[in-house]
Design a protein. Sequence first.
Length: 304
Amino acid sequence: MIKYFNITEGKILQTENPSASIQHYINPDENEKRLLVETYKIDEHTLSSSLDADELSRFEIEPQHTAVIFKTPKNYTAHHPLLFKVDSAGLFLFKDRLILVTNEEIQFFNGKPFLKVNSLNDATLKVIFRSIYHFMEHLKVINMLSDEIEAKISKSMENKYLLNQFKLGKSLVYFQNGINSNTVLLEKMKLNAQKLNFNVEETELLDDIIIENNQCYRQAEIYSNILASLMDAKASLIGNNLNVLMKTLNIITIAIMVPTFVVSAFSMNVKIPLEDRPDAFLIVMGLALISVVGFLLFWKLKKW
């Protein structure tokens, strides 16, 4: 699917004109890929990289265009609950055209950064900026879900809640890798700002994007460390609860065994004391009770 956009009065507006200056290819089919390769001379390997989730962020300066591969969060779906993943996207900047290639439909051209767009270079940088903002939005959702799961774990130690925390921790690792990959890309773009024909304002915007990306990475790192610490604490808590449970079961088991031994001793088929007394049953039960009390006092004295 292809969507077309034009820069009109400083804003990016959707249009039906195929010759629009901005084109967004969403999960392109074979015909659309052939069009990009044959008509716009986009390298086939670079095009495949823009659709490969495992590809690292990078940029390449070609004779007719500049290719930028960057990382962006995948849209959250119910098919993978509590698992947030990272995808790749491609920007191909020509003198008179900007081509964006993604695996899924993402609303890049909205939000505050796109209230004023001056050029295709400006649009390119703001698409990357929008991707960083998308990361930050997902981080807020992950933090909110983590708080909800933590509240549930405090009431119930079911395995599903611990597995949910593990999925969130895995998502944060994906995010850290993706954001860090974008960091390397942005630093290289800054070093090659003149080759990319960035003016002063665009270079300043690139500096702002680098700052926002670094803050995004630190936020992801903090959330990841907190979640890892919580998971370790929960594992220790579960182990401690298990020890307490085993201790309680041992007390109950031994407390039952002691009076059982007393009663068994007076139940053997041999001549035993008190067998002729009418109150022998009460005496045996009393001895059993005394043995239980004595055992509990001994346990408490030893502070086991």
